[in-house]
Design a protein around this ligand. Structure first.
Ligand code: NAD
Length: 479
């Protein structure tokens, strides 16, 4: 069993006083004990970050870029360990854990590039309609920031916040999810060796109620960047409001895959499985509603059933299994409750719905597909966060768009069609921050991440992810 400190403050690892039990979801055994921190540790971490801020915020951005590239190299060098921890702690198949590492590296490299451009863009003159004044624009780091992340893509959600925050010149206090802290603790080891001055990066593992809430309330924190559930996002926003902090929120989703009449059916089935079962469906971007043109529907559900039933579920380390376990018992029970409620509401189970019979332990649920799902049921309306798809025929493009947009969320959507004019038209009509056409859920650091309605406040990635950690200052002088 791994035993590890869970607090890193001012460049020193500490044994916190709040032990966290970390489980391997593939076998339900204890994997680690992390000596996590509490509200007092958060206070010390923010003080250390505040003390480091004046020096770090005034370094040349090109120097910060060097550190970001060193972190990217360190992550590559630690790839095998990170993949092992991610697969063990999250139950992700190895191939998916490798993708997470790739994403982290790409994100740190991308923000190193943006940091390199910051020095030249600083103090840029502003055209004024008067010869009596001159003005210049500065973009300055917003201060000490609190980063709170969930368990589904722990390292990736961390990198999307941490890389731009460091590039901007902010000092950070990171709180990993108490469910999956192991890969982030390893990432913190990499960061600790990357040449950052003490106090610039701090980490406090712990529960949301202790550590997360303290971060959201701490008056020294200028901004909280949070990814997680809507219920907790609202609490974070309420706490942050007391000291008028900025907040970025990346929350839930209930996204759709739209299979239009001119779709390639093989591709549509493949994308439905990826959108529903990648990461065992534990994705804010899961396309858990599948809307299929009526003419294609019978053929589509027959092929989807076949493909879903062929997905190999089990031990993430074999290299053969395409889907692993759900992250813990609470999530396993939550998804099972959704499945039971769906059946009670009258939905028809096409396949899956339970743990594969060959597996006697581990939080596994077979790829599950429902049809005839009532539009007012929780199965159709709520985020399930498990390997569960709801498939429905649609009469035409307009009905598909209306059903996709009929949600309190608006994170992403996918469209499948060989009629690219129709696909682009539908993409424009969808209320979502990112729409894929005939593509899996590829994410480039250059394109923004975030959604409409209750899915997000703000955007991550791209230049928007950087400006989320910057203040704008104008200096205006009489000539
Ligand atoms: P969660 O909201 O339970 O927890 C997220 C983080 O908040 C954890 O670190 C947790 O410890 C912390 N937390 C809990 N209570 C807190 C409090 N009172 N104050 C401050 N922090 C607190 O979410 P989760 O179960 O870890 O993750 C699943 C959710 O995350 C899903 O709803 C999913 O849609 C969402 N998510 C969204 C995105 C996105 O980009 N939009 C990405 C990944 C996950």
């Amino acid at each position: 069993m791994i035993k590890t400190p869970g607090v890193y403050i001012n460049g020193v690892w500490e044994l916190g006083l709040q032990p966290l039990t970390v489980i391997n979801p593939s076998n339900e055994q204890q994997l680690a004990e992390v000596a996590g921190g509490d509200g007092a540790a958060v206070e010390r971490a923010t003080l250390a970050a505040r003390a480091a801020f004046s020096a770090w915020s005034t370094t040349r951005a090109s120097e910060r870029a060097v550190v970001l590239r060193t972190i990217a190299e360190g992550v590559e060098a630690s790839r095998e360990r990170l993949v092992f921890l991610q697969a063990s702690n999250n139950g992700k198949p190895l191939a998916e854990a490798h993708m997470d590492v790739d994403d982290v590296i790409a994100t740190f490299r991308y923000y190193a590039e943006l940091a390199d451009q910051l020095d030249a863009g600083q103090d840029c003159p502003v055209a004024l309609p008067s010869e009596d004044f001159v003005a210049r624009l500065r973009r300055e780091p917003c201060g000490v920031v609190g980063l709170i992340v969930p368990w589904n893509f722990p390292m990736v959600t961390t990198a999307w916040k941490l890389a731009p925050a460091l590039a901007a010149g902010c000092c950070v206090v990171l709180k990993p999810s108490e469910v999956t802290p192991l890969a982030e603790l390893e990432l913190a080891n990499v960061i600790a060796q990357a040449g950052l001055p003490a106090g610039v990066f701090n980490l406090v593992c712990g529960t949301g109620i202790d550590v997360g809430a303290a971060l959201a309330a701490d008056p020294l924190i200028a901004k909280v960047s949070f990814t997680g559930s809507n219920a907790v996002g609202v609490q974070v926003m309420q706490r942050a409001a007391e000291t008028v902090k900025g907040v970025s929120l990346e929350l839930g989703g209930k996204s759709s895959l739209l299979v239009l009449e001119a779709a390639d059916l093989d591709l549509a089935v493949e994308l439905a499985c990826l959108g529903g079962f990648f990461n065992a469906g534990q994705m804010c971007s899961a396309t858990s509603r599948v809307l299929v043109a009526e003419a294609l529907y019978p053929d589509f559900i027959a092929r989807l059933k076949c493909r879903a039933e062929a997905i190999r579920v089990g031990d993430p380390f074999t290299g053969e299994n395409e889907m692993g376990a759900l992250v813990n018992q609470a999530q396993y029970r939550r998804v099972q409750k959704h499945i039971a409620a769906g059946l009670e509401a009258g939905a028809r189970l096409l396949c899956g719905g339970a743990r594969p019979s060959a597996l006697s332990s581990g939080y596994y649920i077979s790829p599950t597909v429902f049809t005839d799902v009532p539009l007012d049921s929780a199965l159709w309306c709520d985020e399930i966060f498990g390997p569960v798809l709801c498939v429905r025929p649609v009469a035409d493009e307009a009905q598909a768009v209306a059903l996709a947009n009929d949600s309190e969320f608006g994170l992403v959507a996918s469209v499948v069609s060989n009629d690219l004019i129709a696909a682009e038209r539908v993409a424009n009509a969808l209320e979502a921050g990112l729409v894929w056409i005939n593509a899996p859920q590829v994410i480039f650091p250059q394109t923004a991440w975030g959604g409409y309605k209750q899915s997000s406040i703000g955007r991550e990635l791209g230049p928007w992810g950087l400006s989320a950690f910057q203040e704008i200052k104008h200096v205006l002088r009489a000539v």
